[in-house]
Structures are given as C-alpha cells and as structure tokens.
Design a protein around this ligand. Sequence first.
Ligand code: PLP
Length: 374
Amino acid sequence: MPSDHILSYEAGTVLTVDLEALVANWRSLQAVCGEAECGAVVKADAYGLGLGPVVTALAAAGCKTFFVGHVFEGRDVRTLAPEATIYVLNGLRPRTGHIFADHALRPVLCSVPDMEDFGQFCATSGRRWPDGSKLKAGLHLDIGLNRLGLGPYDLERADHLAPLFDVTLVLGELARTEDICRAERQIEVFDRMRERFPGCPASIANSAALFRDETPLYDLVRAGYALYGGNPVPGRANPMRPVVKLEAQIIALRILEPGARVGDSPGWRAGGPRRIAMIAAGLGDGIPAAFTDNPRAAGGIAIVQGKPCPYVGTIGMDHSVLDVTDATYLERGEWVELIGKRLQIDDFAARAGRSGPEVLVHLGRRCYRRYQKI
Ligand SMILES: *Cc1c(COP(=O)(O)O)cnc(C)c1O
C-alpha cells in the first residue's frame, strides 16, 4: 500500500479516510435497500481509499458481498473477508480459472468466450466449490449499454454451457441518465432476459440507481461511489456522510507585484498585489490540471484558514499555487484543506469539469493515508 513507506512528517499531502463514516454510509444505503442486500463495490483499491481498511471495516459491519474489477483484487478481498461472496466484474481472463477455484471467487462472465472458457475449465479441471458443489459465476446481461454483457442471442448460443457451473447472479447495468423511459426500457429487457434463469438472484442498481424511485432493486445492490461519500443524486443535497479529507502543506509563500504571472501560465496575472502559497500537492497527487485556465469550469479552490482561496497558474506535477491574499498570518508548514466537509468531493470535481469517481480514484497514490475521524 502506498503510504506504508511514507512517514507522516515526510508527507506533503495527507489523505484522511473516515471508516466510521464509511460504515455509516453502508448502513444507511442498506436501509434504503430495504429487502435487497447492499453489496460494496471495492474495485480500484476501494476507489483509491485503501482496499484493506475499507473491506475490513465493511465486513466487520456485516457487509457480505463485494465486487471487484480484477481477479487479483478478488484474491486480496478473500484474505480480508474469508466468509464473503466476491464477484469479479471483468469476468474471466484466459488461464485464470484456477484462481477463481482456489479462492472461491465468482467471475461475472460477460461474453460467450468468457462462458466457454469458464465452462471448459469447470468441465476439465475437476475443481469444485469448497462445499463440493459446482463452481459459481455471475452473468452480465447487456441491457443496452453495448459494453460488457451477453445479449439475448448470446444467451441462446451459450445455453449448453450454463449447466457446467452454478449461475448465482444475473447482473445488468443501467445508463447514467435522468431519462426515465430509457431506464424503463432497460428494465423490461432485463426482466425478459432473466426469464432464462428462474429463481436466480438479480442485480441492476449502482449508487445512483438506488436513489431513483422507478428502479426496482431486485436482490442485490452494487454500491460504490456513495459509500465513499460521493453524491449519488447530483443536483440534490448529498445524503451521504463525507468520508475523505485531503490536506496539503504550504511549502513557500511570496508576494506578487501587480501584473505578475505565475509559472508559465498564459492565462492568469495578478490583478493587484497578491500573496500566493505554493502547496505540496499537484498532478501527481490527483489535483486536476483543469483547476486553472479552464473556461468551461468554475476553477478550483482550497480552504485556507476557513476561507476559499483559488488555484492560480498551471498545476505542476508536485505542487500547485493558491492565491491566499484573503488569509492572514499564514506560515510555511501550515496545512490547507483541499477536500473535506466544506469542500466535498463532488464540488471539487465539478470545479474541474470532471466526474467525482474519476477524481476520487486518483487521490490516494502519493498521499500519506491515515484512517481516523474527519
Ligand atoms: C463500478 C460499478 C458499480 C458501482 O457504481 P457506483 O456508481 O460507484 O455506485 C456498479 N456496478 C458495476 C458493474 C460497476 O462496474
């Protein structure tokens, strides 16, 4: 894990992850799910927040089903949550069948070749589930996104393969759209395709769909972004508790003459005498380049001594620059808040014209990560 070899006093940026808030979010999502089970999507190192601590906290709270992207992530989740049900969303890569069998992982098969590979592995390897039954898999049904997933014709072609393993979940993906008609059409297609698998548990909802009244939740919800404090209902107040705080240290301060530029930025010039702070967070720490000189977004701000201060000049790899004229008595070595309760991840992302999950997943790599209340 990245921060294992960073000491707290060496760090330029600190990412604090509030596991209590994460667990509270899972509990409140489970309450919204009602009869359905709320599973946790922990792909990409739990959206950058650290697979180990996140899975350990959620499993201890009672979360039973985890979704990952890759088989190796599934193997890691298995060591953290020995009893959990683990689905691998990218399906089966060639030659990986034994890893699924070794660690009781379930591929979400998403094409006919996936089904053929897994079927052949099941038929020829003699491998069984720990209780002696057939190996288990989910099936990704394509309900109109034209990415991963089996279409109706694929299901017909692969009909002879399904008996080689236990299909324990049929999964569909909804478009990220406010278009209710499109969502209803997708659900109709899903229900029609599901008829081939009577009694099989189903899953269609991600964080956003969980909060759309018209979406049936079926048996299992796949909650990702909302668990980590992201707003699942853009445009409405965020029902989730913030989970992350990102802080950066001030490396240096200086006064600018009116008209001065910062770095090689063509766009920004000091409109009067300004005070600027160089902070130890840049592109390499997940600060979006689009925070400055971007006519299509509001521009980034950080919270310095409780005041919003804009980013100016280009964002460097290792540092960026804030106009801190409005903050008084600032000193080198002080910490400023880049993301937190006052500036949540969705606002941070929107100010760069980016999506929340995209920004979130890029944060953690070079930060000192700590797990405590924010
Ligand atoms: C990532 C992912 C999710 C989680 O989506 P969020 O918007 O983060 O809740 C759910 N389902 C699938 C198939 C995914 O790939």
